[in-house]
Each structure stands twice: as C-alpha cells, then as structure tokens.
Design a protein around this ligand. Structure first.
Ligand SMILES: NC(=O)C1=CN([C@@H]2O[C@H](COP(=O)(O)OP(=O)(O)OC[C@H]3O[C@@H](n4cnc5c(N)ncnc54)[C@H](O)[C@@H]3O)[C@@H](O)[C@H]2O)C=CC1
Ligand SMILES: O=C(CO)COP(=O)(O)O
Length: 348
C-alpha cells in the first residue's frame, strides 16, 4: 500500500509531464474567418511558423499590423507571429501541415482553387463541420477527390474560436484513416492549452462535428420558444441517439461520437448562445429575423442529413424535424407535438 505522501507525489509528477515534442514546423492555415484565425493563433502559441491564407485584404492587414481580426474575432488580441496573406501560393509553400478552415459548403471550391499549390507530402487537416448540401458528401470524401495524394485528416471537438484564440484550454479529436498519421498530427498540433486526441475513425469524427450543429439548431429553437431546460436536455439526448445511429450507418464507430467530436461538442454547442447554431435556433424559436446572421453550418447540413436518413431508412425524427423547421414546413409547436406523439417504445 502506498502512503498518502507517495500517492500525492505520483499525482503531482503525472501533472507535471510535458508533451513529447518540441518540433517546430511551418503550418499553413486556409481561411481567415473565426476558426482559421483561432487555429493560427493556437499554432503560433505552440511556436510553429504560421502562415494564414485569407481572401479578405482587411483581415490580412488587421492580422499583420495589429495582431487582430476584428471582423471575425472582435476584441481579441492574437499572438504575434501569424503571417497572413491573400497569396495562397506563398502560404502553402513548404508547409508541413495544412489546416483547412473554410466553411463546409465552400470547401470544395475554395480548396479546389489552391489545390495545385498544396505540397503533396503535407497532411491536410479538415476543420469544417458540415456535410456538403449538394452531394451528401463528408469533407474528407470531397477533399480526397481534390487532393488524392495527400493524407486527409479531420479536427473536431468542443472549441469555440473565441476561446481558442484567447488561449483558453480545450481538447479536440484528430482523425485520419491511418492511426499513425492521426497520432503524429495530434502531437504536432497539441499546444499549451490545446490537447489533441487521435483516432482512425474519420467518419465518426466528421459526422459528430456536422450533426451537432443540426442538434444545436433544435436545442436553440426549443429554448427560443420557451420550452424550458428539461425539453432541451431531452431533445439533445434523443438527438444524440440519432447522431450515433447515423454515424454507425455511415461507417463510423459509436464510441467515437461519445467522445469530443460528438458528446463533447453537443455539450458545448447545444447549451451556449456563444454557438452560432444554437443562437440561430434561438432566433428561429423566438420568431425573430434570421437575416444577416453569422455562419450557422447546421442550416445547410440539416436538409441533407434528413435526406440521408430518409433514403437510408435511419430513424432520426429530431434531425428530420429540424430540417422541416428550417424549411418552414413545420412550426416549433408542430415539431414538438409530432415528436411527443410518436409511438411509445423501449428507450434502447
Ligand atoms: N467559429 C468557431 O467557433 C468554429 C468553427 N468551426 C468550423 O469552421 C468552419 C469555418 O467557420 P468559421 O471560420 O467560424 O466561419 P467564418 O464565417 O468566421 O469565416 C469563414 C471564412 O471563410 C472564408 N471563405 C469562405 N468562402 C471562401 C472561399 N471560397 N475562398 C476563400 N475563403 C473563403 C471567408 O472569407 C471567411 O474568412 C465551419 O465549418 C465551422 O463549423 C469549427 C470549430 C469552431
Ligand atoms: O463548432 C463550434 C464549437 O465547437 C462552433 O459552433 P458554432 O458554429 O455553432 O458557433
């Protein structure tokens, strides 16, 4: 039996362990919005050489001159050392790792334009959370067609851009079809306040990230309509069952969505008005205008997720209801009534 002194020494030693690499690389970040800028900040804090491609000259100037991106991350001081540019060629030159942070619905076009300049030996980490509306494809499926020679990975988990840009701590999952590739990226991208876990379940991680946005819209709508925290919790829990079913039907593993890119991100996004999807849902539920709101990826993912469920016969009434709500085919009250009056059944 260890003495309590020995136990506390062992615990303290475990907490003092440092990450296993000091490797400093050139990281190219594509997309100068909130998430691209936050990821660039995170990589700069880890001491990497960071180049950021943004199409918006104002954002580029703001980052280079002021260490700010006021348009997308207002009031946040970014670390020094991010070299922003509108020239994708120079950003991508000699990059060891590429983080693609374009919105999901523009990933195909935006990455397609810069693809000829992507070094073939650099892994491409997809940081968008969504399913392509027009095709039902996951980001990895799209990008492996555009960049067939590159290792494709995905990064997902509970991580508001503003939190990450401020250097607040969180943990995410990095997935790649080859576990060794995911392991290496997790080591390279982990930083003082950014802990990366790894997995080879690319599909599970992508589905978790994409569908949590749809459920956040539903959770927000329930709150916006004044249905209360119990309704919100029931909706998210049953929605999580649907998310797991869909992930499995598409080839992902159920345990993956119980991790950071699934349960973790649901906890964050389905409860905080800091989430654009949740706050979009709140506005929808409250009957407010939806014009000019910031990007809410779930709005495009919901209809295609619903179509996938219907065509594959996957039982997902909440995701289908969110899609119908967004299309104005149902009101919140009708959606709730429909969900509550489905035939009763065993929970599992
Ligand atoms: N903001 C956040 O907290 C997080 C966002 N994400 C995901 O990251 C992705 C991007 O989101 P945000 O950066 O937040 O969106 P955002 O709206 O803040 O920025 C999007 C950026 O993409 C650029 N862009 C769009 N189309 C482009 C094109 N064709 N070529 C070049 N640039 C283009 C825009 O100019 C803008 O700079 C989304 O899928 C989102 O779900 C993931 C985790 C956290
Ligand atoms: O994915 C996110 C946090 O993990 C960001 O969520 P929103 O896009 O809803 O703001």
């Amino acid at each position: 039996m260890m003495s309590s002194q020995q136990v506390s020494e062992k615990c303290e030693a475990a907490f003092r362990q440092k990450p296993t690499t000091n490797e400093k690389l050139k990281i190219a970040v594509l997309g100068g919005g909130a998430w691209g800028t936050a990821l660039a900040s995170m990589a700069a804090r880890s001491g990497h050489r960071v180049a950021l491609y943004a199409r918006d000259v104002t954002a580029v100037d703001d980052i280079n001159r002021n260490n700010r991106n006021e348009r997308y991350l207002p009031g946040i001081a970014l670390p020094a050392g991010i070299e922003a540019s509108t020239d994708a060629v120079s950003v991508l030159k000699d990059a060891a790792v590429i983080l693609a942070a374009f919105p999901a619905q523009t990933m195909r076009d935006a990455l397609g334009v810069v693809a000829p300049h992507v070094p073939v030996n650099a892994p491409v980490v997809l940081c968008a959370k969504g399913i392509e509306r027009a095709t039902g494809r996951l980001m990895s499926e799209i990008v492996s067609g555009i960049l067939p020679g590159n290792e494709i990975a995905a990064l997902s988990g509970p991580s508001f851009a503003a939190d990450v840009a401020r250097g607040l701590p969180t943990a995410v999952t990095i997935a790649a079809a080859r576990q060794e590739a995911a392991d290496r990226l997790a080591i390279v991208l982990s930083g003082p306040a950014f802990r990366c876990y790894s997995t080879d379940d690319l599909i599970g991680v992508e589905i978790g990230g994409a569908l949590k946005n749809v459920l956040a819209l539903g959770a927000g709508a329930a709150i916006g309509r004044g249905l209360g925290a119990s309704a919100q919790a029931a909706l998210v829990t049953r929605g999580f069952v649907e998310l797991r079913r869909i992930a499995e039907a598409m080839g992902g593993r159920p345990e993956t969505v119980m991790g950071l890119s699934g349960l973790g991100d649901l906890m964050l996004t389905c409860s905080s008005p800091q989430s654009r999807n949740y706050s979009y849902g709140m506005a929808l539920g409250a009957g407010e205008s939806l014009e000019g709101r910031p990007l809410a990826e779930g709005v495009a993912t919901a209809p295609i997720a619903a179509e996938i469920c219907v065509s594959r016969n996957i039982d997902a009434p909440i995701i289908i209801a969110v899609s119908a709500l967004l299309a104005r085919h149902l009101t919140v009250d009708e959606a709730v009534e429909g969900l509550l009056n489905r035939p009763l059944k065993n929970e599992f």
